[in-house]
Design a protein around this ligand. Structure first.
Ligand SMILES: C[S@@+](CC[C@H](N)C(=O)[O-])C[C@H]1O[C@@H](n2cnc3c(N)ncnc32)[C@H](O)[C@@H]1O
Length: 347
């Protein structure tokens, strides 16, 4: 049976959250009336949970599948209260039904888990932004094998994707109300402190021809190379080790410099500011856009002061996630999108 468009949108919303490994209890689930529709449940099974519905490289771990299935099944069972009217096939709340395939999959998936150790293993996370695109256009997806639960490992914070990268990704997709947002007219781009490379890969998928994805950490760049290959972006993305303020000549022809969550460490702020100032002085029309998670107001104030000292002007916007969401994340502290330019007197 064909599902109504509103139900299909809900399937897509859940699929995007599932592939991005959103914590089950934070997921947006459809209304009770949609959840208990047998046709909707079967569509969930076929398009999200059945093993053929994702390629092996982007399939979430089994323990996560099980947690999501449990959450969805619990919600379906809860949904069968007397308050809903009817579902798309005419069944009512008095006919609580749980799809047999969903239930069978859940009962099969009693996978043993070693708990804490599992949580630190790299897993594929797929980011699928919702874009204002024609319905028939191909979906954009970036799959990154990363360690979502790690804060810092092997001496770097670049082994997981941070909320600031998701915010900058959203800004790329939605700013100025056009499909490529602020990437419009950008042919080449440099990312500083790229980490897992979400923004770099997203920019490439949105059509930027040449992307220099850089980070000061060699392990980060080694795993980025694998993720770039996983996404078949080798011709567009050049991953390189670049320590801030060590080589401002590198990729000096780019149109745009970006950086997400790079203002967090007081000891490296002066290098970041020096890097940006050198690039802007060499090319005043260059655009530089950062996204900053404000975990510590003093640290961010240190960044502001260092910029002022180097004659850089900041245009800051408190980032508010768009609705409907482009990505799924739950920042604990504010995120700013910050455009950096040369102060007028230095131009
Ligand atoms: C908090 S992570 C952010 C990673 C990514 N942009 C994101 O938002 O998911 C900061 C990144 O900056 C890199 N980094 C820190 N100091 C650096 C420096 N002095 N030069 C180059 N990269 C640096 C780290 O290796 C790490 O990958």
């Amino acid at each position: 049976m064909d599902l109504p468009a509103s139900h299909l949108q809900e399937v897509q919303l859940l699929r995007r959250q599932y592939l991005q490994l959103v914590e089950p209890r934070k997921m947006r689930l459809p209304s009770h009336c949609i959840l208990r529709d047998p046709a909707f449940q079967q569509c969930l099974f076929r398009s999200i949970f059945h093993s053929n519905s994702q390629s092996e490289g982007s399939r979430p771990p089994k323990r996560y599948l099980r947690r999501v299935l449990k959450h969805v099944i619990d919600s379906i069972l809860e949904s069968c209260g007397p308050s809903c009217s009817s579902s798309s096939d005419g069944t009512t709340c008095d006919d609580p039904e749980l799809d047999e395939d969903l239930l069978e999959l859940y009962t099969q998936r009693q996978a043993p888990s070693s708990g804490a150790q599992d949580a630190l293993e790299p897993v594929p996370v797929t980011y699928i932004p919702s874009l204002p695109r024609a319905p028939e256009s191909e979906e954009i997806a970036v799959t990154i094998v990363e360690t979502p639960n790690i804060i810092s490992g092997q001496g770097t914070t670049g082994l997981r994707t941070w909320e600031a990268a998701l915010a900058l990704g959203e800004y790329m997709c939605t700013s100025h109300g056009i499909e490529r947002g602020f990437l419009h007219n950008v042919r080449s781009l440099l990312e500083l402190g790229t980490g897992t490379g979400l923004c770099a890969m997203l920019a490439a998928k949105l059509g930027v021809e040449e992307v220099y994805a850089t980070d000061g950490d060699e392990n980060v760049i080694a795993s980025l190379r694998e993720n770039v290959a996983r996404n078949k972006l080798e011709t567009q993305i050049k991953p390189s080790v670049l320590l801030w303020a060590s080589n401002p000549e590198y990729a000096n022809g780019v149109d745009l410099v970006i950086g997400a969550d790079v203002t967090y460490e007081p000891s490296s702020i002066s290098y970041l500011v020096e890097e940006i100032a050198a690039r802007l002085k060499a090319k005043p029309q260059l655009r530089v856009v950062l996204s900053a998670t404000i975990r510590n107001v003093e640290t961010y104030e240190g960044f502001r002061k260092a910029c002022a000292k180097s004659h850089l002007r900041l245009q800051e916007t408190d980032w508010v996630s768009p609705e409907p969401p482009v990505f799924f994340y739950f920042p604990q502290t504010p995120i700013k999108i910050v455009e950096v330019t040369l102060a007028l007197e230095t131009m």
